[in-house]
Structures are given as structure tokens and as C-alpha cells.
Design a protein around this ligand. Structure first.
Ligand code: GDP
Ligand code: MN
Length: 389
């Protein structure tokens, strides 16, 4: 789960990471009042969306007067900000972060992730921070430093100093960076983060370190024990279909293909997507209806998959273990009766009571396309799509 920059900064500030003075604003008057309250004579107006690259898309602007704060906020709030990470439609900006501007002398990159290969929280740092870090990582990976953290010992002071020295920090900055890294590490570990990123980590006037930008992502599977983080969730930033699916106990992730998939079990869902891709198709979604797969769940799954206008065909692939194919078949027939389904449906059933499921579908009168196995199902999906076009 992602959170906004202003939320990440507030969280990190409480752990001792130095961040600029600032506050979020939801409208123009609010923004001007925040700037006035912060004082100073230059402010940064930053669009709050769950996507990076805002600097390049015009979502980070310097204001040299309160009038500037007003007009920049007015331009941003309500607009769709397009950045290299949003896709062409951009993201609706609903709030801005107003901060006191700082004079940046140097920009570094500091991040933490969970490295799956080593199964450790890993610190990533670079002297070449700022808006082109992705390019640096691609073209000169040697400029990016990695340091794995032993989970039993935690992030040690000597490691922080080593990283700080490697990216070229000097003197008192090394001690400051070490403290900052340990604060970031504590926040990361305490809150079950998957990613924390400070880019740029800046040296500002006077030579101190400041987290000018902050991004955090949390493990959705740990949210049940992190109510404080769960509260930061912004549903407006998420695909409404995914939000609805979560509410129905379905595990749905939207993708950009045209074959809707309704499957029980995450592994089977992955295998189904693989089979579709193998036959030259593109899945429109990942959808795991779970082990239970009651008729209600199947109905909800159809409703959500059909909200995607790109879906041209649906593949239902159910393996009934605890479940029973005859119940699934009844759920499918019910969904056909309840919903307006105008796309062909390919069904592959296997497992308990499979011999009862097929006849129920056949007797229903609905034009289900029956498949014998996964490969056959994917083949039929592609044949049907070809016949349509
Ligand atoms: P991103 O593009 O979405 O990653 O947004 P950032 O928060 O990283 O802002 C983009 C760039 O704006 C940063 O890399 C900085 O160079 C610049 N920037 C942000 N805040 C300030 C500030 O207070 N002063 C100055 N001089 N530059 C800033
Ligand atoms: Mn940034």
C-alpha cells in the first residue's frame, strides 16, 4: 500500500528524519494559510499523488510570493498531473504539500527495500540522486551502492558510515547521515514497509542533510497489525475495481489485456495468466476468488471483471477441492441470469463433482464454451477472440 509524500514525511519526522517544514492543503485558501503559517518568503508547492516523476511533470513548483502559492495551487488542485510514471491520463490532484523552500547544494539518493534474493532489508544509496536516478541505475549501476542488513543485528552504525562515505559525504554529514539512516530503518521495520525512498536526500544551505522527498510503500499483508498505517490509505489513488474486490474478499489486480480471468487460488490464477500469454493472449486481470468461491463470490467476480471495458471474453478456471463443481456451475448460471453479460465465457472445471458441473451448465441454455483442461481453455479463448475480430 502506497501513501502520500506528506504522510511519509510526517511518519519519518516522528522517527527523527529531518524533513522540511510543511503541511498539506486541500484547497487554495488553505494553501495560502499554510504558507503564511510557515513563514519565510519562498515555498514549494507539491502535488500529492501516488506517482513519482512529479518534478518532470510540473507537479513541483517554486512560489516566490503568497500570490504564487495561490495560483500554483489553483493550477494543480483539480488538474490531472501527467508524469513519466502516471500513464497518459495522469492522476487527479486533490491536495498539495506546501513547504518552506530550501536551497539545495547537492542531491543524493537513499532508499530501503526488502531484497527478495537475500531476504534482507537492503539499503540503496547513490551520490547521483535527484530526478534522473532511474537513468543512473540503468546506465551506470556501479554508481548505486547496496548494503544488506542482518535482521538479528539491525542496521549497524558502521554500515551507515560506510555507505555515507561511499556516496561522498564528509565530516559531520557522515554522523548525520548515519542517524538519518537508522531512523529510516526503524520506521521501515516497525511499520512493515516494503520500500522507503528519500530522493533527493539533499545537502542544503549550511551543510545539513534534509529529506526533500519521501515515498513509502507498505506490505498489504501486514496491514491488519498496523492500524496507524491503514488509516493513511487513500482510496482515490486506487483502482475502484480493486477496492471493491477487497471488500468482497476477492484478490483482484487490474491489467491491460482483454481476457478477463476468474479463478480460484492464486497459483492457479498465475498459471491461467501464463497459459493465456503462452497462446498469444493478454490477461485483463488477475483474480483469485479464494478457496470458498460461493455463488455470491462468483457473481461479484463477474461484476468486477465486467467493469473493465477492455474485457472481450472471460475465462473461468475453477479447481474444486473443498468446493464442488456443481455449486460453482450453479453460481455461474445465477450470475448469467442476474447480470448482463455480453461477452463469451469459456469455462474449465476440474475436481470434486466435475461430472455434475458440466450438465448443469449445458442444461442452463446459456452459451458457455466448455474446455477440458487449461491448455484447451486458453486455445478456445484465442479461437473465439479471432472469430470475433
Ligand atoms: P518527484 O519528481 O516526484 O520525485 O518530486 P521531488 O519531491 O523529488 O521534487 C523534484 C525536484 O524538485 C527535486 O529533485 C528537487 O531538485 C526539486 N525540489 C523540491 N523541493 C525543493 C526545494 O525546496 N528547493 C529546491 N531548490 N528544489 C526543490
Ligand atoms: Mn523525488
Amino acid at each position: 500500500m502506497n501513501i502520500h509524500e506528506y504522510q511519509a514525511k510526517e511518519l519519518l519526522k516522528n522517527y527523527g528524519v529531518p524533513v522540511p517544514d510543511g503541511r498539506v492543503a486541500h484547497n487554495v485558501d488553505n494553501a495560502v494559510a499554510v504558507a503564511e503559517g510557515l513563514g519565510g518568503d519562498r515555498w514549494i508547492v507539491k502535488a500529492q499523488i501516488h506517482a513519482g516523476g512529479r518534478g518532470k511533470g510540473g507537479g513541483v513548483k517554486l512560489a516566490s510570493s503568497l500570490d504564487d502559492v495561490r495560483s500554483l495551487t489553483d493550477q494543480m488542485i483539480g488538474s490531472h498531473l501527467v508524469t513519466p510514471q502516471t500513464g497518459k491520463d495522469g492522476r487527479l490532484v486533490q491536495r498539495v504539500l506546501i513547504e518552506q523552500a530550501c536551497d539545495i547544494q547537492q542531491e543524493y539518493y537513499l532508499g530501503m527495500i526488502i531484497d527478495r534474493a537475500s531476504q534482507r532489508i537492503t539499503v540503496i544509496a547513490s551520490a547521483s540522486g535527484g530526478m534522473d536516478i532511474e537513468e543512473v541505475a540503468r546506465t551506470s549501476p556501479e554508481k548505486v551502492i547496496h548494503e544488506a542488513v542482518d535482521p538479528a543485528a539491525g542496521l549497524m552504525s558502521f554500515q551507515c558510515r560506510k555507505i555515507a562515505a561511499k556516496i561522498g559525504l564528509k565530516g559531520k554529514q557522515i554522523g548525520e547521515a548515519a542517524k538519518l539512516m537508522q531512523a529510516l530503518y526503524r520506521a521501515f521495520r516497525d511499520k512493515d514497509a516494503l520500500l522507503a525512498e528519500i530522493n533527493p536526500l539533499a545537502i542544503v544551505n549550511g551543510g545539513s542533510l534534509l529529506a526533500v522527498d519521501a515515498k513509502m510503500n507498505f506490505d498489504g499483508n501486514a496491514l491488519y497489525r498496523r492500524p496507524q498505517i491503514t488509516e493513511l490509505r487513500d482510496f482515490d489513488e486506487e483502482d475502484p475495481k480493486e477496492v471493491e474486490a477487497t471488500g468482497h474478499g476477492l484478490n483482484y489486480i487490474a491489467l491491460d489485456g482483454n481476457v478477463g480471468c476468474i479463478v480460484n487460488g492464486a497459483g492457479l490464477a498465475m498459471a491461467t495468466m501464463d497459459a493465456i500469454s503462452f497462446h498469444g493472449g493478454k490477461p485483463a486481470n488477475f483474480l483469485d476468488v479464494g478457496g470458498g468461491a460461493s455463488p455470491e463470490k462468483v457473481g461479484n467476480a463477474f461484476r468486477i471483471v465486467l467493469q473493465d471495458p477492455n474485457v472481450k471474453i472471460i475465462l473461468v478456471n475453477i479447481f474444486a477441492g473443498i468446493n464442488r463443481c456443481d455449486w460453482i456451475a450453479e453460481g455461474l448460471v445465477q450470475a448469467m441470469r442476474d447480470l448482463e453479460i455480453n461477452v463469451p465465457i469459456v469455462v474449465r472445471l476440474a475436481g470434486t463433482n466435475v461430472e455434475l458441473g458440466g450438465p448443469i451448465l449445458a442444461a442452463s441454455g446459456f452459451p458457455f464454451i466448455m474446455a477440458d483442461n487449461l491448455d484447451d481453455a486458453a486455445t478456445r479463448v484465442m479461437k473465439t477472440l479471432e472469430a470475433q475480430s
